[in-house]
Design a protein. Structure first.
Length: 233
């Protein structure tokens, strides 16, 4: 099991600490799909009791980040291809609803600044060749987009169940891929500034169209990280 390195923030209870650390390690692929987990070892590394670790394992199992199997124990969940496809479908349609809300609200340039800052951060990371942060910046862009429309609780719910999607994008290692993603984010911001709803929706469609080919490429590159595809009836 990977050594866990994390500091507990002030007033953070043990369960919240364990969840934050483990969920982050899983999403960032520091704990690899299929890796074995131990409640006792995790508790020792985090310097907390086993009870909050056990509760966290149960929660992460409910959120499909950990798999608890008889005789085998607990492992980090493999990515489920069909789950990724369905989540991408849901995310795209929810994002379209967010865009419709923003088209009616007509955000000001000042209100769009957090999105512009996200795009600037993505461009800077690309320039530096720091691709490891791109999935995180992508998630931050959509978090700010949903927050601008008053849909932050919806984003949080999607993010909580969307570990497979996040991990898939974290695997993307080609600069050209992230250049396309960043270009679509820039197009969304520009379209919102000009109140061009169709242009914003088209940029979202183009970005989410990247999911299927990325999934196929990553299944080929890292087959050990993915659950077998279910045979079609």
């Amino acid at each position: 099991m990977v050594k866990l390195h994390a500091l507990r923030v002030p007033n953070e209870n043990a369960r919240a600490f364990a969840y934050r650390v483990l969920a982050n390690y899983i999403r960032e692929l520091l704990l690899r799909p299929g890796e074995r987990m131990s409640e006792a070892e995790t508790a020792t590394q985090l310097n907390i009791s086993r009870t909050p670790v056990h509760d966290t394992f149960v929660q992460l199992s409910d959120e499909r980040m950990l798999a608890v199997e008889p005789q085998r124990g607990t492992t980090v969940c493999l990515l489920e291809p069909e789950n990724i496809r369905q989540l991408s479908w849901m995310e795209q349609r929810t994002t379209n609803a967010v865009l419709e809300q923003l088209y009616r609200a007509r955000p000001t340039m000042q209100e769009l600044e957090p999105l512009e800052q996200c795009v600037a951060a993505e461009m800077a990371a690309l320039k530096q060749g720091n691709l490891v942060v791109m999935a995180r910046l992508r998630a931050k862009f959509y978090r700010n987009l949903f927050a601008l429309a008053g849909y932050l609780p919806v984003f949080r719910s999607i993010f909580r169940i969307g570990a497979d999607s996040y991990r898939l994008f974290h695997m993307a290692e080609e600069e050209a891929f992230w250049q396309v993603v960043t270009a679509q984010h820039m197009a969304i911001v520009q379209a919102l500034a000009l109140h061009e709803h169709e242009a914003a929706a088209l940029a979202v469609k183009r970005e989410f169209a990247l999911t299927a080919p990325l999934l196929k490429a990553m299944q080929k590159r890292y087959p050990q990280y993915f659950a077998p595809e279910q045979a079609q009836a």
